[in-house]
Design a protein around this ligand. Structure first.
Ligand code: XIL
Length: 325
Protein backbone atom coordinates (compact mmCIF):
# COMPACT_ATOMS: atom_id res chain seq x y z
CA UNK A 1 0.00 0.00 0.00
CA UNK A 2 1.09 3.52 -0.74
CA UNK A 3 1.96 5.91 2.06
CA UNK A 4 1.33 9.64 2.35
CA UNK A 5 4.05 10.99 0.08
CA UNK A 6 3.68 8.19 -2.44
CA UNK A 7 -0.05 8.88 -2.78
CA UNK A 8 0.41 12.63 -2.82
CA UNK A 9 3.00 12.66 -5.60
CA UNK A 10 1.01 10.15 -7.64
CA UNK A 11 -1.75 12.80 -7.61
CA UNK A 12 0.67 15.24 -9.22
CA UNK A 13 1.30 17.28 -6.07
CA UNK A 14 4.77 18.06 -4.78
CA UNK A 15 5.44 16.91 -1.22
CA UNK A 16 4.38 15.60 2.14
CA UNK A 17 7.06 16.65 4.61
CA UNK A 18 8.09 16.44 8.22
CA UNK A 19 10.21 18.53 10.57
CA UNK A 20 13.61 16.94 10.98
CA UNK A 21 15.75 16.86 14.08
CA UNK A 22 18.53 14.37 13.59
CA UNK A 23 18.60 12.16 16.68
CA UNK A 24 19.49 8.69 17.83
CA UNK A 25 16.14 6.97 17.27
CA UNK A 26 16.22 4.45 14.47
CA UNK A 27 12.44 4.00 14.42
CA UNK A 28 11.69 7.69 14.02
CA UNK A 29 14.56 8.34 11.62
CA UNK A 30 13.59 5.23 9.65
CA UNK A 31 10.10 6.59 9.00
CA UNK A 32 11.64 9.83 7.73
CA UNK A 33 14.25 8.08 5.59
CA UNK A 34 11.71 5.83 3.90
CA UNK A 35 10.17 7.17 0.66
CA UNK A 36 6.76 5.97 1.86
CA UNK A 37 5.37 8.87 3.87
CA UNK A 38 7.73 11.83 3.48
CA UNK A 39 9.58 13.19 0.47
CA UNK A 40 10.44 16.55 2.04
CA UNK A 41 11.98 17.71 5.30
CA UNK A 42 12.16 21.03 7.12
CA UNK A 43 14.98 21.53 9.62
CA UNK A 44 13.16 21.89 12.93
CA UNK A 45 15.82 24.22 14.41
CA UNK A 46 19.13 23.82 12.58
CA UNK A 47 18.83 26.73 10.15
CA UNK A 48 17.48 29.33 12.56
CA UNK A 49 19.53 32.46 13.20
CA UNK A 50 20.65 31.39 16.71
CA UNK A 51 21.95 28.13 15.23
CA UNK A 52 23.66 29.57 12.15
CA UNK A 53 25.03 32.94 13.35
CA UNK A 54 25.15 32.84 17.17
CA UNK A 55 27.47 35.82 17.30
CA UNK A 56 28.09 38.49 14.72
CA UNK A 57 29.63 37.16 11.51
CA UNK A 58 30.46 33.87 13.25
CA UNK A 59 28.66 31.26 11.18
CA UNK A 60 28.14 27.72 12.47
CA UNK A 61 26.79 25.29 9.93
CA UNK A 62 27.38 21.81 11.40
CA UNK A 63 23.71 21.21 12.19
CA UNK A 64 22.37 22.70 8.97
CA UNK A 65 24.94 20.86 6.84
CA UNK A 66 23.92 17.57 8.48
CA UNK A 67 20.31 18.24 7.47
CA UNK A 68 21.31 18.89 3.86
CA UNK A 69 23.49 15.75 3.83
CA UNK A 70 20.57 13.72 5.19
CA UNK A 71 18.32 15.11 2.47
CA UNK A 72 20.85 14.32 -0.27
CA UNK A 73 21.37 10.81 1.04
CA UNK A 74 17.68 9.94 1.39
CA UNK A 75 16.47 11.99 -1.61
CA UNK A 76 14.31 14.46 0.27
CA UNK A 77 13.42 17.95 -0.79
CA UNK A 78 14.33 20.60 1.79
CA UNK A 79 12.03 23.43 2.86
CA UNK A 80 14.60 25.71 4.42
CA UNK A 81 13.49 27.52 7.58
CA UNK A 82 13.92 30.44 8.35
CA UNK A 83 15.85 33.65 7.56
CA UNK A 84 14.19 36.63 9.26
CA UNK A 85 12.29 35.85 12.46
CA UNK A 86 12.03 37.56 15.85
CA UNK A 87 12.30 34.26 17.75
CA UNK A 88 15.32 32.00 18.21
CA UNK A 89 17.15 35.17 17.25
CA UNK A 90 20.36 35.71 19.21
CA UNK A 91 20.49 38.62 21.67
CA UNK A 92 23.22 40.34 19.68
CA UNK A 93 20.61 41.00 16.99
CA UNK A 94 17.47 41.48 19.08
CA UNK A 95 19.16 43.79 21.60
CA UNK A 96 21.75 45.21 19.26
CA UNK A 97 20.37 48.74 19.01
CA UNK A 98 21.53 48.99 15.43
CA UNK A 99 20.39 51.77 13.16
CA UNK A 100 18.39 51.05 10.03
CA UNK A 101 21.37 50.87 7.70
CA UNK A 102 23.41 48.64 9.99
CA UNK A 103 20.56 46.21 10.61
CA UNK A 104 19.95 45.88 6.86
CA UNK A 105 23.65 45.12 6.35
CA UNK A 106 23.46 42.51 9.13
CA UNK A 107 20.44 40.95 7.40
CA UNK A 108 22.28 40.92 4.09
CA UNK A 109 25.34 39.27 5.61
CA UNK A 110 23.15 36.65 7.29
CA UNK A 111 21.10 35.88 4.19
CA UNK A 112 24.17 35.88 1.96
CA UNK A 113 25.96 33.36 4.16
CA UNK A 114 23.03 31.10 5.04
CA UNK A 115 20.91 31.14 1.88
CA UNK A 116 24.06 31.41 -0.23
CA UNK A 117 25.60 28.30 1.34
CA UNK A 118 22.56 26.22 0.35
CA UNK A 119 22.03 27.89 -3.02
CA UNK A 120 19.49 25.94 -5.05
CA UNK A 121 19.48 23.14 -2.47
CA UNK A 122 16.28 24.40 -0.88
CA UNK A 123 13.05 23.89 -2.79
CA UNK A 124 11.65 26.65 -0.57
CA UNK A 125 12.84 29.22 1.94
CA UNK A 126 10.65 30.67 4.68
CA UNK A 127 12.16 34.11 4.16
CA UNK A 128 10.12 35.99 6.74
CA UNK A 129 8.42 34.15 9.59
CA UNK A 130 5.66 35.43 11.92
CA UNK A 131 5.71 39.18 11.20
CA UNK A 132 2.09 39.63 12.29
CA UNK A 133 0.08 40.03 15.48
CA UNK A 134 -3.28 38.29 15.84
CA UNK A 135 -5.14 41.48 14.84
CA UNK A 136 -3.26 41.71 11.57
CA UNK A 137 -0.96 44.56 12.58
CA UNK A 138 2.79 44.16 12.50
CA UNK A 139 4.61 42.50 15.35
CA UNK A 140 6.93 44.90 17.10
CA UNK A 141 10.10 42.92 16.34
CA UNK A 142 13.56 44.44 16.16
CA UNK A 143 13.23 44.32 12.37
CA UNK A 144 9.94 46.21 12.30
CA UNK A 145 11.00 48.69 14.99
CA UNK A 146 14.23 49.55 13.21
CA UNK A 147 13.28 49.38 9.53
CA UNK A 148 9.47 49.54 9.37
CA UNK A 149 7.41 47.29 7.09
CA UNK A 150 10.05 47.65 4.36
CA UNK A 151 12.04 44.99 6.25
CA UNK A 152 9.77 42.46 4.57
CA UNK A 153 10.34 43.34 0.89
CA UNK A 154 14.01 43.96 1.72
CA UNK A 155 14.28 40.42 3.14
CA UNK A 156 12.72 38.97 0.00
CA UNK A 157 14.97 41.04 -2.27
CA UNK A 158 18.03 39.72 -0.41
CA UNK A 159 16.75 36.14 -0.44
CA UNK A 160 16.17 36.39 -4.21
CA UNK A 161 19.73 37.62 -4.60
CA UNK A 162 21.35 34.70 -2.74
CA UNK A 163 19.01 31.67 -2.54
CA UNK A 164 19.23 30.57 -6.15
CA UNK A 165 16.65 30.67 -8.91
CA UNK A 166 15.31 27.19 -8.13
CA UNK A 167 14.17 28.19 -4.64
CA UNK A 168 10.66 29.43 -3.96
CA UNK A 169 10.44 32.26 -1.44
CA UNK A 170 7.68 32.21 1.19
CA UNK A 171 6.05 34.35 3.83
CA UNK A 172 5.15 31.97 6.70
CA UNK A 173 2.89 32.46 9.74
CA UNK A 174 0.49 30.74 12.17
CA UNK A 175 -3.21 31.26 12.88
CA UNK A 176 -3.87 32.27 9.28
CA UNK A 177 -6.17 29.25 8.98
CA UNK A 178 -9.18 30.97 10.52
CA UNK A 179 -9.48 33.57 7.76
CA UNK A 180 -9.57 36.43 10.24
CA UNK A 181 -7.63 39.72 10.47
CA UNK A 182 -4.29 37.94 10.60
CA UNK A 183 -5.04 36.07 7.36
CA UNK A 184 -5.80 39.40 5.70
CA UNK A 185 -2.57 40.79 7.15
CA UNK A 186 -0.64 38.06 5.36
CA UNK A 187 -2.48 38.90 2.16
CA UNK A 188 -1.44 42.53 2.67
CA UNK A 189 2.18 41.43 3.08
CA UNK A 190 1.97 39.43 -0.14
CA UNK A 191 0.62 42.47 -2.00
CA UNK A 192 3.26 44.70 -0.40
CA UNK A 193 6.15 42.57 -1.63
CA UNK A 194 4.54 42.27 -5.06
CA UNK A 195 4.12 46.07 -5.17
CA UNK A 196 7.87 46.45 -4.68
CA UNK A 197 8.36 44.26 -7.75
CA UNK A 198 10.25 41.76 -5.61
CA UNK A 199 10.02 37.97 -5.88
CA UNK A 200 7.60 36.21 -3.55
CA UNK A 201 6.41 32.74 -4.52
CA UNK A 202 4.20 31.55 -1.73
CA UNK A 203 2.45 31.86 1.59
CA UNK A 204 2.97 29.15 4.19
CA UNK A 205 0.27 28.41 6.73
CA UNK A 206 1.98 26.87 9.74
CA UNK A 207 -1.26 25.22 10.89
CA UNK A 208 -0.51 24.63 14.56
CA UNK A 209 -4.13 23.67 15.15
CA UNK A 210 -6.37 22.15 17.80
CA UNK A 211 -9.19 19.63 17.64
CA UNK A 212 -10.95 21.00 20.71
CA UNK A 213 -11.65 24.47 21.98
CA UNK A 214 -8.79 25.40 24.30
CA UNK A 215 -7.54 28.59 25.87
CA UNK A 216 -4.30 28.30 23.91
CA UNK A 217 -6.17 28.52 20.63
CA UNK A 218 -8.35 31.41 21.70
CA UNK A 219 -11.27 28.99 21.65
CA UNK A 220 -10.81 28.24 17.95
CA UNK A 221 -10.78 24.72 16.56
CA UNK A 222 -9.57 23.60 13.14
CA UNK A 223 -12.01 25.33 10.75
CA UNK A 224 -14.26 23.49 8.32
CA UNK A 225 -12.95 22.53 4.90
CA UNK A 226 -14.68 25.43 3.13
CA UNK A 227 -13.11 28.03 5.42
CA UNK A 228 -9.66 26.50 5.04
CA UNK A 229 -10.09 26.37 1.27
CA UNK A 230 -11.18 30.00 1.17
CA UNK A 231 -8.11 31.07 3.16
CA UNK A 232 -5.76 29.24 0.80
CA UNK A 233 -7.43 31.06 -2.09
CA UNK A 234 -6.79 34.48 -0.47
CA UNK A 235 -3.18 33.94 -1.49
CA UNK A 236 -3.45 31.51 -4.40
CA UNK A 237 -5.71 33.95 -6.26
CA UNK A 238 -2.84 36.47 -6.21
CA UNK A 239 -0.73 34.10 -8.28
CA UNK A 240 1.45 32.39 -5.67
CA UNK A 241 1.59 28.87 -4.30
CA UNK A 242 0.42 27.92 -0.83
CA UNK A 243 1.29 25.14 1.59
CA UNK A 244 0.69 23.91 5.10
CA UNK A 245 4.18 24.15 6.54
CA UNK A 246 4.09 23.01 10.20
CA UNK A 247 0.89 21.05 10.67
CA UNK A 248 -0.02 19.56 14.02
CA UNK A 249 -3.39 19.20 15.76
CA UNK A 250 -3.18 19.21 19.54
CA UNK A 251 -5.73 18.58 22.29
CA UNK A 252 -5.70 18.28 26.05
CA UNK A 253 -4.23 14.99 27.13
CA UNK A 254 -4.75 12.20 28.12
CA UNK A 255 -5.80 10.66 24.85
CA UNK A 256 -9.28 9.18 24.45
CA UNK A 257 -10.86 7.41 21.50
CA UNK A 258 -13.19 10.36 20.92
CA UNK A 259 -10.32 12.84 20.93
CA UNK A 260 -8.39 10.78 18.41
CA UNK A 261 -11.46 10.77 16.17
CA UNK A 262 -11.88 14.55 16.39
CA UNK A 263 -8.21 14.95 15.60
CA UNK A 264 -8.46 12.61 12.62
CA UNK A 265 -11.37 14.68 11.27
CA UNK A 266 -9.30 17.87 11.63
CA UNK A 267 -6.38 16.36 9.72
CA UNK A 268 -8.84 15.29 7.00
CA UNK A 269 -10.24 18.82 6.65
CA UNK A 270 -6.78 20.33 6.31
CA UNK A 271 -5.75 17.74 3.74
CA UNK A 272 -8.96 18.14 1.76
CA UNK A 273 -8.58 21.94 1.61
CA UNK A 274 -5.12 21.56 0.12
CA UNK A 275 -6.44 19.06 -2.43
CA UNK A 276 -9.17 21.59 -3.29
CA UNK A 277 -6.66 24.28 -4.32
CA UNK A 278 -4.48 23.48 -7.33
CA UNK A 279 -1.56 25.63 -6.19
CA UNK A 280 -1.43 24.04 -2.73
CA UNK A 281 1.81 22.19 -3.32
CA UNK A 282 2.41 20.36 -0.08
CA UNK A 283 1.80 19.63 3.56
CA UNK A 284 4.58 19.45 6.14
CA UNK A 285 3.71 17.86 9.47
CA UNK A 286 5.71 19.26 12.39
CA UNK A 287 7.32 15.99 13.41
CA UNK A 288 6.60 12.27 13.23
CA UNK A 289 5.84 10.90 16.69
CA UNK A 290 4.13 12.39 19.73
CA UNK A 291 7.24 11.27 21.60
CA UNK A 292 9.24 14.27 20.34
CA UNK A 293 6.60 16.87 19.47
CA UNK A 294 7.26 20.44 20.65
CA UNK A 295 3.64 20.81 21.81
CA UNK A 296 3.73 19.54 25.43
CA UNK A 297 6.77 21.73 26.12
CA UNK A 298 4.91 24.89 25.13
CA UNK A 299 1.20 24.14 25.67
CA UNK A 300 1.53 22.47 29.05
CA UNK A 301 -1.70 20.45 29.23
CA UNK A 302 -1.84 19.59 25.52
CA UNK A 303 -0.13 17.11 23.25
CA UNK A 304 -0.62 14.01 21.10
CA UNK A 305 -0.66 16.29 18.04
CA UNK A 306 1.04 14.13 15.39
CA UNK A 307 0.28 11.07 13.24
CA UNK A 308 2.25 8.46 15.20
CA UNK A 309 1.84 7.94 18.94
CA UNK A 310 4.72 7.72 21.40
CA UNK A 311 5.15 4.01 20.64
CA UNK A 312 5.18 4.70 16.90
CA UNK A 313 1.75 3.24 16.23
CA UNK A 314 -0.11 5.04 13.46
CA UNK A 315 -3.05 7.00 14.87
CA UNK A 316 -6.49 7.39 13.28
CA UNK A 317 -5.34 10.74 11.85
CA UNK A 318 -2.84 8.91 9.65
CA UNK A 319 -5.57 6.90 7.94
CA UNK A 320 -7.96 9.81 7.66
CA UNK A 321 -5.28 11.90 5.99
CA UNK A 322 -4.29 9.12 3.61
CA UNK A 323 -7.94 8.56 2.67
CA UNK A 324 -8.23 12.16 1.44
CA UNK A 325 -5.24 11.93 -0.87
C1 XIL B 1 9.76 25.07 17.29
C2 XIL B 1 10.54 23.75 17.39
O1 XIL B 1 9.67 22.69 17.04
C3 XIL B 1 11.07 23.57 18.79
O2 XIL B 1 11.96 22.45 18.83
C4 XIL B 1 11.81 24.81 19.27
O3 XIL B 1 12.17 24.65 20.62
C5 XIL B 1 10.96 26.05 19.11
O4 XIL B 1 10.54 26.15 17.75
N1 XIL B 1 6.77 28.21 14.58
C6 XIL B 1 7.90 27.96 13.83
C7 XIL B 1 8.81 26.83 14.20
O5 XIL B 1 8.11 28.61 12.78
O6 XIL B 1 10.15 27.11 13.89
C8 XIL B 1 8.66 26.47 15.67
O7 XIL B 1 9.44 25.31 15.92
C9 XIL B 1 7.20 26.27 16.03
C10 XIL B 1 6.41 27.54 15.80
Amino acid sequence: DKGLAQSWTSKGRQYIGTALTIRDDSVEQGIIKSPTDFNSITPENAMKWESTEPSRNNFTFAGADAIIDFADKYKKEVRCHTLVWHSQLPAWVSEGNFDNKTLISIMENHIKNVAGRYKNKCTHWDVVNEALEEDGTYRNSVFYKTIGEAFIPISFRLAAKYAGSKTKLYYNDYNLEYGSAKALGAQRILKLVQSYGVQIDGVGLQAHLTSESTASSGGGVTPDTDTLTRVLRLYADLGVEVAYTELDVRFTTPVTKEKLKAQADAYARVTQSCINVKSCVGITIWGVSDKYSWIPGVFKTEGAALLWDEQFNKKPAYDSMLKRI
